[in-house]
Write a new protein. Structure first.
Length: 141
């Protein structure tokens, strides 16, 4: 029983950290949408709301909401498609690319700090244990 309480306590502590908030934003929030836009432009030459939804495996309304927010903040622009005028193309602005760069640098700094504090062997063990836990959770779904 102590193990369950410790597990829950650790997850509660983890969920309240700035690291977790930034990580969540980087992989699932608006920054993830910016990352997806960049990746799609590099791989296919353009990014559209429907391809973003498929790429991120989220609903089209969720993408539309994120794009509206990013556009209000000046992080993206939307324009009529260059190849198909019925489609909207999405592009990051300089401000959006700067946000993406800064967030990636923060995540890299935290990873680097953990690697330096734990040492390479313990850090790799830590990552292996996280992977194993995720694999176990995937089996349960």
């Amino acid at each position: 029983m102590d193990s369950f309480i410790r597990f829950q306590s650790i997850l509660t502590r983890l969920s309240g950290t700035p690291f977790t908030a930034k990580l969540g934003e980087f992989y699932r929030g608006e920054t993830a949408v910016l990352r997806a836009i960049e990746a799609l432009i590099v791989s296919t030459g353009s990014a559209h709301p429907s391809t973003l939804a498929a790429y991120l495996q989220i609903t089209r309304p969720s993408v539309t909401s994120a794009l509206s927010s990013l556009e209000r903040k000046g992080h993206i622009t939307r324009s009529i498609g260059s190849k198909d005028r019925r489609r909207i193309e999405v592009s990051p602005t300089q401000k959006g690319m700067q946000r993406l760069k800064e967030t990636a640098e923060e995540v890299d700094q935290w990873c680097s700090m953990m690697l330096q504090s734990m040492g390479e062997n313990r850090f790799h063990t830590f990552l292996s244990i996280i992977e194993e836990g995720l694999d176990i959770m995937d089996i349960q779904e």
